[in-house]
Ligand binder design. Sequence first.
Ligand SMILES: NC(=O)c1ccc[n+]([C@@H]2O[C@H](COP(=O)([O-])OP(=O)(O)OC[C@H]3O[C@@H](n4cnc5c(N)ncnc54)[C@H](OP(=O)(O)O)[C@@H]3O)[C@@H](O)[C@H]2O)c1
Length: 325
Amino acid sequence: MTRDQRPLGSGFTAASTSTDVIDGLDLTGRNVIVTGGHGRLGREITRTLAAAGASVTVASRDPHRARSALTGIEHVQVEQLDLTDPASIDAFTRGWIRTGRPLHALVNNAAVMFSPELRHDARGNEISFSTSHLGHFQLTRSLVPALIQASGSRVLTVTSGAARFGGIRWDELAFRTGYDGGTAYAQSKRANVLFTVELDRRHADDGIRAFAAHPGVVIGPGPHHPDALASYRAQGLVDENGATVIDPGAGKKTVAQGAATPVFGAVSPVLDGFGGLYLKDSDVAVLDDTVRPLTAGSIPSDANSAMLDPADAERLWAVSEQLLA
Ligand SMILES: NC(=O)c1ccc[n+]([C@@H]2O[C@H](COP(=O)([O-])OP(=O)(O)OC[C@H]3O[C@@H](n4cnc5c(N)ncnc54)[C@H](OP(=O)(O)O)[C@@H]3O)[C@@H](O)[C@H]2O)c1
């Protein structure tokens, strides 16, 4: 599955924006769902796809807040979806299927990031795994009929370079012991890539191709919360004055640059004929199995073999089915 994990020469760079990668594409008549499509990156993904003519449905646990964040963007509908609640996902997907609309792209973007305290959903699943992986697993599988109906569709799951560092705690997925927000986030983002690999293996022949995209590190323009500044400084994400550092080549991006790779993965014809791959900087990422530490000057985010392991991907699929049974 990793044999295609090498850059295609898309012509885009780390500095490309979501508008750059969609230049010249007319998405009129295409239906897209973006989970959390009103958040920091989600809103820009939504705005870009809608500006190219797509009909975008933003799935949000708080539609009122989402509508207000999306004011001024046309071709957008907002519907209720809480990814930690199987009944909510069921209601959303039944509503979509009932309309008979094909689904051309599903952008699994929503996530819980670095929750400082250990939280579980009503079924006892750790909250970042529940939101980022299990919720999107149920959502995607229930929308397969609409994705097939599109006769050529994409499932783009927004992962993170953290997938490089994250393992799956097969015997302790729920972190009843040893919880750490960063480790739990990394597990959920590793799960996003493994899910992509197995989804593509199962459904490529149905015309559904799957990609996972690392957006880069995007903290937004600020001003930043005082509590976040020490950590941002340690990671080289803000300068001595607290201003955001933008250095796309080093992975530190604006919101528009961060939205580029997810948009590229969701709709770019450059990726036609491919699938099951991890994307970065609006291209297929390099495969690099060298052990590289995370430092203020370097945020390793290339693909590695572990995140794309087909046996782990199949195992996670089976475990996820059991957790949702
Ligand atoms: N920003 C970065 O540096 C960075 C780096 C690597 C990867 N990523 C990935 O990029 C994606 C977007 O991140 P972001 O920076 O835009 O963060 P964000 O602004 O916090 O967006 C996350 C979105 O997820 C939604 N969400 C959380 N729990 C949910 C639930 N139970 N049901 C439905 N929606 C839920 C949030 O909705 P509410 O508004 O209701 O909270 C929010 O819209 C995530 O997958 C993240 O892991 C981000």
